[in-house]
Ligand binder design. Structure first.
Ligand code: GTP
Ligand code: MG
Length: 467
């Protein structure tokens, strides 16, 4: 590593051990090519972590060793100055087919990059691995070994550790598929122990990434609260030409309202996805996922939000809107909240609340006729369903490392997360913040609305920050 510049590390190892996966996870770059077939990476590529357009740290993805034993044989017979060993190897073998991959992968190391060696700890240690470790020892450069277990078998871990301790300055277990931010920061911090000279630069990187994570959480919380506010304040209007067509117009307005809320929810997800630098995520979302499910699907409302009992209690304190919410809580259960949606006139009433639709405003008299306005939404459960869905999406995004590209794992994660509905576990004061928002928006009380939003921001931040 050139100490005057930013830290640089080359990720080395045997083919198919997860080098590119590790690079992708560490740099949060899902354009890094990962493949189940060995030999995917054939040339070195540098990936830079940037913050505010400034480079912070670089990782070089490299092809795997192809001829480790022949390379080791050369290294063992080398008699020149020890610090020139890589240069000498490259000078002698550049352009030779047998050593093409070794020349390519040692290139960044020759230029001063620190070494991170990756091996799959769920398989046994082989002779080729020992040869690769010995080559790296003979370079005399500071190096860390990362055990990235692709499988669940742990019986080989002890022998990997033993071998690594002989030839590496530090050994870390790191799962490139499941690594959290904390795991990533711990790995970077551990690199300091490999070479204390890296300390100032790496400490700066760890601090900067930590701060950046806080910014991301805040950006996400703002987007979420904006969604809740929208859900409770948005209205849709349409000119009502003919009184007789009121039912039809209401139905159209209800569907326009739903569309607007779906769009807003989608935009909120996009903000979160971009904030956490995921570009491939949605492509892989599995069929049948509650996140793929329409927001207004019956199943969504069954899986998420408060229980019927909790909803009845929560709605009871919500003043004028309580009746509507309780009607929905009890009747909604037997009739099916969204069966009603299908029927003319019932559409708006089921979703927006009976009371509100009874008063569906005939407001103003614009040129050309009356105007019918629908909304805002007075269904408390919508708020909790939105909360659960967006937090579920948030957890999926933030618990998913960039190097992981397979769908099966995502489904499993999501099922596990779904057993843990957030709104059903809110404490009474936490629930109250949402009820306050509901009441304040109902009264169009701006100050009370802002106060409730601020409380919600704080509680969501605390929640996601402790995950
Ligand atoms: N289950 C699991 N699979 C992993 C993990 N890391 C990598 N893989 C899988 O292992 C395969 C190889 O991963 P790559 O990152 O492409 O491996 P590589 O070392 O860059 O391979 P080459 O470029 O061929 O040298 C891919 O199918 C990855 O999804 C892990 O931590 N867990
Ligand atoms: Mg690769």
């Amino acid at each position: 590593m050139t100490h005057a510049t930013i830290p640089e590390f080359a990720i080395l190892g045997h083919p198919n051990e997860g080098k590119s996966t590790l690079v992708s996870t560490l740099t949060e770059d899902d354009t890094v090519r990962v493949s189940p077939f060995p030999g995917e990476t054939t040339v070195c590529r540098t990936y830079t972590v940037t913050l505010d357009d400034k480079p912070l740290i670089r990782f070089m993805d490299t092809p795997g060793f192809q001829a480790p034993r022949k390379t080791l044989a050369w290294f063992q017979t080398y008699t020149g100055p020890p610090e020139k060993i890589i240069e000498a190897f490259l000078a002698e073998h550049e352009g030779e087919k047998t050593f093409a991959d070794e020349c390519e992968l040692l290139g960044p190391v020759a230029k001063g990059a620190g070494i991170i060696y990756v091996a799959d700890g769920s398989r046994p240690v082989r002779q080729n691995d020992l040869a690769e470790m010995e080559i790296l020892r003979l370079t005399g450069l500071p190096r860390m070994a990362v055990i990235n277990c692709k499988g669940v078998d742990e019986k080989h871990l002890a022998s990997w550790r033993t071998e690594f301790r002989k030839t590496f300055n530090a050994v870390r277990l790191f799962n490139a598929h499941n690594a959290t931010l904390k795991d990533r920061l711990d790995l970077l911090a551990a690199l300091i122990t490999v070479d204390p000279e890296w300390e100032p630069a790496l400490t700066h990187v760890v601090t900067a990434l930590n701060n950046e994570w806080g910014h991301r959480l805040r950006r996400s919380v703002d987007a979420m609260t904006d969604l809740f506010h929208f859900a409770l304040t948005h209205t849709v209007s349409s000119a009502l030409g003919d009184e007789g067509k009121k039912g039809e117009t209401e139905k159209k307005l209800a569907s326009r309202f739903q569309e607007a809320l779906r769009k807003k929810e989608f935009q909120t997800r996009e903000t979160i996805r971009r904030t956490f630098r995921h570009s491939l995520f949605d492509v892989e979302m599995p069929e049948g996922s509650v996140l793929q499910q329409d927001l207004f699907d019956k199943r969504t409302f069954k899986l998420l939000g408060l229980t019927q009992k909790q909803l009845a209690t929560a709605a009871a304190t919500c003043g004028g809107a309580a009746g509507a919410a309780i009607d929905l809580a009890t009747a909604g259960h037997s009739l099916g909240l969204f069966t009603v949606l299908g029927s003319i006139g019932g559409a708006a009433s089921a979703f927006l609340g009976e009371r509100r639709i009874a008063k569906a405003k005939v407001s103003g008299i614009p040129i050309g006729g009356q105007e019918l306005t629908l909304g805002p939404c007075r269904n408390l459960q919508v708020l909790f369903v939105l909360l659960d869905r967006i937090l579920l999406y948030f957890r999926l995004i933030t618990s998913r490392s960039h190097g992981k590209r397979d769908e099966a794992a995502l489904t499993v994660e999501e099922t596990a997360l779904l057993n843990d509905s957030v709104s059903r576990h809110l404490t009474a004061p936490e629930k109250k913040a949402f009820q306050d928002l509901f009441k304040a928006t109902g009264k169009q009380d701006t100050a009370a609305t802002e106060k409730a939003l601020e409380e919600i921001r704080t509680l969501i931040f605390t929640h996601i920050n402790s995950q």
